[in-house]
Design a protein around this ligand. Structure first.
Ligand SMILES: [Zn+2]
Length: 215
């Protein structure tokens, strides 16, 4: 397990993080030596991009007065965990938006850099930058869809408030199913549809529990 500190935040990287990144990067289709390099560059870009995303959440939490924020990079993504914090709903919305915002900014800036660099710029550095742009923009966008507990879903929950949690969960289920089907049609990969399907199921269980409690 990799552990280090970044801007004063303790960071833990679980082994699953590397494994899932390798899988998404095409580790199952390695045939030549160049493929190994391509997968490793994708893993580096994904790690950096997701770390920046969580850093966005952590920095905003610190800005709102939380002193103990830890970053964990796990299987499919990461989390910035605030301890002993009592954020208001609007602060929570800013914290949830800060992750994708910082990540998209870094991805966008890298895209501009890639477009400005001469065509002769290629090789591993170009591949790394290209993978970073791709992961950053895609990850920021997918995290902003209104599906609980993704960042977009957290924003929706805080915007609608605790009294309308059932509406948040219903929207999450519908959007997760629709986006899951679209992702399959676009990519023909089952990874994200499975994750979104599982998320829809979790939201459905929470909805049933909420209905049984009567709120
Ligand atoms: Zn996030």
């Amino acid at each position: 397990m990799l552990r280090f500190r970044l801007f004063g935040f303790p960071v833990t990287v679980e082994p699953w993080h590397w494994l899932i990144l390798a899988f998404i990067g095409g580790a199952l289709h390695i045939q030549e030596r160049e493929d190994i390099l391509r997968v490793m560059l994708f893993m580096m870009a994904g790690f950096a991009s997701i770390l920046i995303h969580e850093l966005g959440h952590a920095l905003m939490s610190r800005l709102f007065g939380c002193r103990h924020v830890a970053i964990v990079l796990h299987g499919l993504g990461g989390a910035a965990i605030s301890q002993g914090a009592n954020f208001t709903r609007s602060q929570q919305i800013f914290i949830s938006a800060a992750g994708p915002a910082l990540q998209a900014c870094c991805g966008g800036a890298s895209l501009v850099l890639l477009l400005l660099l001469p065509r002769s710029f290629d090789g591993p550095a170009a591949s790394l930058l290209y993978a970073f742009v791709w992961v950053s923009l895609f990850w920021a966008l997918i995290n902003l869809i209104p599906v609980h507990p993704l960042d977009g879903g957290q924003i929706l929950r805080e915007a609608l408030g605790p009294r309308r949690i059932q509406l948040t969960l219903k929207i999450s289920i519908v959007v997760a199913v629709v986006v899951g089907v679209l992702m399959f049609l676009l990519t023909r990969s089952l990874l994200f549809p499975i994750v979104l399907g599982f998320t829809a199921w979790q939201n459905y269980k929470m909805l049933r529990a909420s209905e049984q409690r009567g709120w």
